[in-house]
Design a protein around this ligand. Structure first.
Ligand SMILES: [Zn+2]
Length: 372
């Protein structure tokens, strides 16, 4: 998978490859962008371009072959979720005394180390950074450059301070990648010693055309819908669970329609459908994911209603239910939609205080009904 396969942000990719070509690659790079924007994919591509044994060039800039022994071993880290799960499981199987001392890494090439946040806190810990310090000053064995990829910017305080020491005196032959959704989370002193590159959102049409190619089992309507729902992040689009989304959305529609008094029974005082729906939102961890999905879809429907009300139908994301959305946005005014969005904020705060989920949702819908 050479650089031409990377989705979007061509100027950023060009600059990074130019620095590789001139042998001016920074020792520390912050790749910043939303979940699914391709930060990790790009870091692994750069790691291969640095260390490819054939190092072909395309458009006059360094690329990677994808089949030499360095490229193939580095590519084995691509499926981060699976490699991470394997590492967690391997640690679980250790004796208790060893477990405590074992830090989590993903490593499929001796000179390329991926450092994921360590569960259960999901933070980068000082022992992980210590391991980086222990190895980074040795010349690489099989690669030209040692590569370290931190997949999260959630550092424990001591870990961040240790990393800073490495950044103050990095060796010639190593590159550190820091991946983050929000570079502001990193210490200013870490940021000032790194070069930051942002991966911006892709357009609907860019994502849609990639999906048509990469997801042949999806029909044109599904590709168009997912492109709009993935917020410009190709990784989110490719891993989008459409079935789950549609299920959550149909429940969100019941809640909103009930609040609008346009439920399928045609009578605003009949809450049986609403109660039947909200009752299925039980407590516990599994229910947590379900209600999170519901809240996200509720927000996305409200945003679409706002787009319609403000005369910007081209920005609507749930394009497959345009007819229903139009009816709903006609039944409400702008102020109602704003109250609804504020009401969702209330529901979220209530959930954090462990209020019962069905009750919070019922209160949300019925309060809006009275207001309309
Ligand atoms: Zn290669």
């Amino acid at each position: 998978m050479p650089f031409s396969d990377f989705a979007g942000n061509p100027e950023t990719i060009h600059r990074l490859r130019e620095m590789l070509a001139r042998d001016r690659f920074p020792h520390a790079i912050i790749l910043s962008g939303a979940t699914g924007s391709g930060k990790y994919t790009l870091a692994l591509m750069l790691a291969r371009a640095m260390n490819c044994l054939e190092r072909p060039s395309t458009d006059g800039l360094p690329d990677f072959c994808g089949h030499c022994s360095n490229c193939t071993r580095i590519a084995q880290s691509e499926d981060l979720n699976s490699r991470f799960a394997e590492a967690v499981e391997a640690r679980e199987n250790l004796r208790d005394t060893d477990k405590k001392e074992t830090r989590l890494f993903v490593q499929t090439h001796p000179d390329v180390l991926v450092i994921p946040p360590d569960p259960p806190q999901m933070m980068i810990k000082v022992d992980q950074v210590r391991h980086v310090i222990e190895t980074i000053y040795y010349r690489p064995g099989e690669a030209r450059e040692r590569v370290y990829i931190f997949t999260s910017s959630a550092f424990m305080k001591e870990a961040a301070n240790s990393l800073l020491k490495v950044l103050e005196e990095p060796p010639e032959f190593a590159s550190i990648f820091l991946l983050t959704e929000n570079a502001g989370e990193l210490l200013p002193t870490i940021r000032s010693r790194s070069m930051t590159f942002n991966l911006g959102a892709l357009s609907f049409s860019e994502i849609e055309s990639r999906l048509v190619k990469l997801r042949p089992s999806w029909n044109a309507r599904q590709c168009a819908l997912v492109a709009r729902l993935s917020e410009g992040a190709i990784g989110r689009a490719l891993s989008f669970d459409l079935e789950n989304y549609i299920a959550a959305r149909s429940q969100a529609l019941i809640v909103l329609k009930s609040a609008l008094g346009v439920n399928n029974r045609g009578t605003s005082s009949d809450h049986s459908e609403l109660f039947k729906t909200t009752e299925s939102y039980r407590s516990g961890a599994e229910g947590r994911a379900k209600i999170d999905a519901l809240l996200r879809t509720l927000y996305s429907l409200l945003e679409d209603m706002m787009c319609l009300q403000s005369g910007a139908p081209q920005l609507v994301r749930n394009t497959d239910i345009m007819g229903e959305l139009k009816k709903m946005s006609e039944a409400a005014d702008f102020a109602w939609v704003q109250r609804a969005a504020a009401g969702l904020g209330e529901v979220e705060r209530g959930l954090r205080r462990n209020l019962l989920r069905p009750l919070s949702l019922d209160a949300f819908a019925t309060a809006l009904e009275q207001a309309s």
